[in-house]
Write a protein that binds this ligand. Structure first.
Ligand SMILES: [Zn+2]
Length: 309
């Protein structure tokens, strides 16, 4: 009988570090190759869910955290798990209410902006680099910290080797499993990799209690905008931050305030912030349409391919 430290698990999932996403186009909304990456992401999540349920986990909530938040094909995922598509304003930004989870597993993730990882970015690819107190900051840190007030511990992370290295350096005790998609020109063995991913995820919830991740400030953030000084000037003035050339500077005492200011810079305008609930509803509607389109494309191609053999 194995120990099971967490019966209620939240999975945050992204596409860049998932098994079939081979390039930027495959991660991009409504491109012809995006549906295949969505399928890989869904099958990775499904393998992890099945293994966790078998190990005794009772509830699994899956948060799709890529672009529109609508990439997972629900029919490919174990129906005992609950999938959250789209975004909510709170209480946890993007996620909503994370209860009853006590642990978070992050899969399909990518490395931070400013690193050499596969499709590296933090929140948006418009940020060329984000350093906080002199070190690159990743989404793993921001997501984990946003869950800390709910007593949720980050236990597991999967992404490219640089993404794993960066997450592990910051989050003590995080169990990481890398995905190395370039393998001497041979196709990536997605199915066998996925099975090991699932085993490693089970290892994380059966060997660790973990602790919530909530770093203590002050936080001095330096954000370099990829589009240069003009964009930095516009965004910094919009939200009242100091700037110099392509760099915007933030000083925050709490990690939660830092995350909020970063989200404002990346995703909001004062008008959208004022009408956040209807703006999110519209954004989610676009995502819903995209997912409908992706599924239709995928199954249509599958049928055509089957008919031609
Ligand atoms: Zn993504």
């Amino acid at each position: 009988m194995v120990n099971l430290y967490h019966k209620h698990v939240l999975i945050i999932t992204d596409i860049e570090g998932s098994s079939l996403c081979r390039n930027y186009e495959m991660s991009s909304f409504m491109t012809t190759t995006w549906p295949e990456a969505c399928v890989g992401m869904s099958l990775d999540v499904d393998a992890v869910c099945k293994a966790l349920f078998l190990a005794g986990v009772e509830t699994i909530t899956i948060k799709d955290f890529h672009r529109t938040g609508y990439n997972l094909f629900p029919e490919l995922i174990d129906n005992r798990a609950r999938v959250i598509h789209g975004y909510c304003a709170g209480p946890v930004p993007g996620i909503g209410d994370p209860k009853p989870a006590t642990a978070v597993l992050m899969i399909g993730m990518h490395a931070p902006s400013g690193s050499n990882g596969f499709l590296a970015h933090t929140l948006t690819s418009r940020i060329a680099s984000l350093t906080v107190n002199g070190v690159l900051m990743s989404e793993a840190e921001l997501f984990s910290a946003s869950l800390a007030p709910f007593g949720i511990s980050p236990l597991f992370f999967s992404g490219c080797p640089i993404a794993c290295q960066s997450a592990q350096q910051k989050i003590t005790g995080l169990h990481c499993f890398p995905i190395e998609k370039v393998s001497n020109g041979k196709p990536f063995p997605a199915e066998s990799w996925r099975q090991v991913l699932a085993k490693e995820a089970v290892k994380a919830v059966t060997t660790q209690v973990g602790t919530p991740f909530e770093p203590i400030g002050p936080f001095k953030a330096v954000i370099e905008m990829r589009d240069g000084p003009k964009t930095a000037d516009k965004l910094a003035r919009r939200w009242g931050h100091s700037f110099d050339g392509a760099f915007i500077f933030l000083n925050q005492d709490s990690i939660h305030d830092l995350y909020y200011e970063l989200m404002r810079l990346c995703y909001l305008t004062p008008l959208i912030e004022k009408f956040l609930t209807p703006a999110l509803a519209l954004f989610n509607l676009r995502g819903k349409y995209g997912l409908w389109w992706a599924r239709r494309q995928y199954y249509r191609n599958l049928k055509n391919n089957l008919n031609s053999v």
